[in-house]
Design a protein around this ligand. Structure first.
Ligand code: FES
Length: 110
C-alpha cells in the first residue's frame, strides 16, 4: 500500500480528497498539478526550487511536517498571504506519515 489519502482545498474553496502515491518521489505541488487542482501556470512556477511561493498552502491538519529548510523559510518571509501554517507545497514530500493530511491552497499571487 503506497498511496495515502490527502484532502486539498483548492482556491475556489472546493475540497478534494485524493490518493497520492508515496513511491514516486512526488511533492505536494506535483500532486496538485497532477490532479489539476490549480490552473496550469499558477502553481509550481519555479519547478519546485522554493523560489516562487506559487505552491504555498496552509496546513490544516495536525501532522508533524519536516522542518522548513532555510530556503523555504526565506521564500515564505517574502511571500504574500503568509500565515503561521503556511508551507511551500513543493517542499512537502509524500510519505506514509502524511496519510490524512489536509491542506488548503493559498491564493494566487498576482
Ligand atoms: S514551486 Fe516554486 S516555491 Fe514551490
Amino acid at each position: 500500500m503506497s498511496d495515502i489519502k490527502i484532502k486539498i482545498t483548492d482556491r475556489e474553496g472546493v475540497t478534494h480528497e485524493i490518493d497520492a502515491p508515496t513511491d514516486m518521489n512526488m511533492n505536494l505541488m506535483e500532486v496538485v498539478r497532477s490532479y489539476e487542482l490549480a490552473p496550469e501556470g499558477t502553481i509550481g512556477i519555479c519547478g519546485g526550487m522554493a523560489m516562487c511561493a506559487s505552491c504555498q498552502c496552509y496546513v490544516k491538519s495536525a501532522h508533524e511536517l519536516p522542518e522548513k529548510s532555510d530556503d523555504e523559510d526565506a521564500m515564505l518571509s517574502e511571500a504574500f498571504n503568509v500565515e503561521d501554517n503556511s508551507r511551500l507545497g513543493c517542499q512537502i514530500h509524500m510519505t506514509q506519515e502524511l496519510d490524512g493530511l489536509e491542506v488548503e491552497l493559498a491564493p494566487e499571487e498576482v
